[in-house]
Design a protein around this ligand. Structure first.
Ligand code: AMP
Ligand code: GLY
Length: 424
């Protein structure tokens, strides 16, 4: 088989690595890819939003399966374009990717189908939003309806902050049309857990749990980022939590989408908060998490290509997902200054060692090859270093050891990824 992967981050590197292990696969392409993905895949310089060019490329190269890693092309309808051209593609159509693309849609869906989530109201006028927050209890959470690179969520502790937030989202349009509508919701407290799943329209199969660290600095301080590290499984995702989510959240979401005429095929990523009132949905994503994928896929035993195909063909009920009885931790190595300003173009040392060490992985997020063919930094998040271990403690020690094998100027990482497990 020939497989095309669309995307360019650590998540797509992990997907490419996993796809490369399938005995069914003879050739992988990645558009646009990055310096690390190039090891498994031929990278082609076509952007993820260039749907027609991508479909043309897929037809030209007789690609058997295309896997979409990123949210923007999914929400923009890349799957519809591929299907129209008779191409096999893994991911939700536009009318289903709205589960991630519109927070107002997903909140209304949860309300209609009694899926537990924070209480909320939606607004399309700043005047009404401002009137509402006058009487609301603080803290309160404001969310831009549309995609905003994970930055459209504002947690406001005071009325003044909330008023400024409405201005930022709806009047100054900091996130463009994503802020035409906003959701204002109740602030919840609790542990956050990420649960990824495969869905074939009817059947849902849950992968193992994971937890992300979104803030830039140790102790969950600093700005929100795309994710500074992850661990899997989450010790807070107990059997009791799992049972509740299976009864009230997972299948209920898939059934609700079908009921609405928006059959969902692909990945549903459940962002959950474990509150004292039980697990609630914080958000849905319509794709693999980044950097959750970098800890989940190294623990997965299945041939991922078979699972992708079962989702497309509607035969997921015949697949048993299997995960190693171990743990994994991913530490993101970033450029100092991320997520604000940082320099790029520094040589990266120490990558070779990973090739000889079992249970250690280095997934490239922002790298490229320079003119001499050497890997240099090319983004805020540069690499994700993942290691497995018999339990989380061992995996964490291994991941930090391996993070030390890598050198580049301005290297920055958090030192407390997975530390929360000590409290479990
Ligand atoms: P989202 O993109 O909706 O997942 O929000 C991003 C982050 O904001 C989440 O991972 C949470 O840490 C936080 N967050 C979102 N909604 C709430 C809420 N209702 N209460 C508390 N924190 C929230
Ligand atoms: N790690 C969170 C996300 O992928 O959205």
């Amino acid at each position: 088989m020939k497989v095309l992967i669309v995307g360019s981050g650590g998540r797509e590197h992990a997907i490419a690595w996993k796809v490369a292990q399938s005995p069914k696969v003879e050739k992988i392409y990645c558009a646009p890819g990055n310096g690390g993905i190039a090891e498994y895949a031929e990278c082609v310089p076509i952007g993820a939003m260039e749907f027609e060019r991508l479909a043309e490329f897929a037809k030209d190269k007789e690609i058997d399966l295309t896997v979409i890693g990123m949210d923007d092309p999914l929400v923009g309808g890349i799957v519809d374009v591929f299907e129209r051209e008779g191409l096999r593609v893994f991911g939700p159509r536009k009318n289903a990717a709205i589960l991630e693309g519109s927070k107002a849609f997903s909140k209304d869906l949860m309300k209609k189908y009694n899926i537990p989530t924070a209480a909320y109201e939606t607004f399309d006028s700043p005047k009404k939003a401002l009137a509402y927050i006058e009487t609301a209890k603080m803290p309160i959470v404001l969310k831009a309806d549309g995609l905003a690179l994970g930055k459209g969520v504002l947690i406001c502790n005071t009325l003044e902050e909330a008023q400024a937030g409405v201005k930022t989202l709806m009047m100054d349009k900091q996130f463009g049309s994503a802020g035409d509508h906003i959701v204002i919701e109740e602030f919840m407290t609790g542990r956050e857990v990420s649960v990824l799943s495969f869905v074939d329209g009817k059947t849902i199969k849950i992968m193992t749990s994971a937890q992300d660290h979104k803030r830039a600095k140790d102790g969950d301080q600093g700005l929100n980022t795309g994710g500074m590290g992850t661990f899997s499984p989450s010790p807070f995702y107990t059997e009791e939590v799992d049972k509740f989510c299976r009864e009230h959240i997972y299948q209920a979401t898939v059934d609700a989408m079908r009921e609405e005429g928006r059959e969902f095929k692909g990945i549903i990523f459940f962002g959950l908060m474990l509150t004292t009132d039980g697990p609630k949905v914080l958000e849905y994503n319509a794709r693999f998490g980044d950097p959750e994928t970098q800890v989940v896929l190294p623990r997965m035993k299945n041939d991922i290509v078979e699972v992708f195909e079962a989702c497309i063909d509607g035969t997921l009920d015949q697949v048993e997902l299997e995960f190693e009885d171990n743990a994994a931790v991913c530490v993101v190595l970033a450029s100092d200054g991320y997520p604000e300003s940082y320099k790029k173009g520094y040589l990266v040392y120490g990558l070779e060692k990973f090739k000889t060490m079992e249970g250690y992985y280095v997934f490239h997020a922002g790298t490229k090859r320079n003119e001499e063919g050497r890997i240099v930094t090319n983004g805020g998040r540069v690499l994700g270093v993942t290691a497995t271990g018999k339990d989380l403690k061992e995996a964490r020690a291994n991941a930090y050891e391996a993070a030390g094998w890598i050198g580049f100027e301005n290297k920055y990482m958090r030192h407390d990824i997975g530390k929360a497990i000590d409290e479990a």
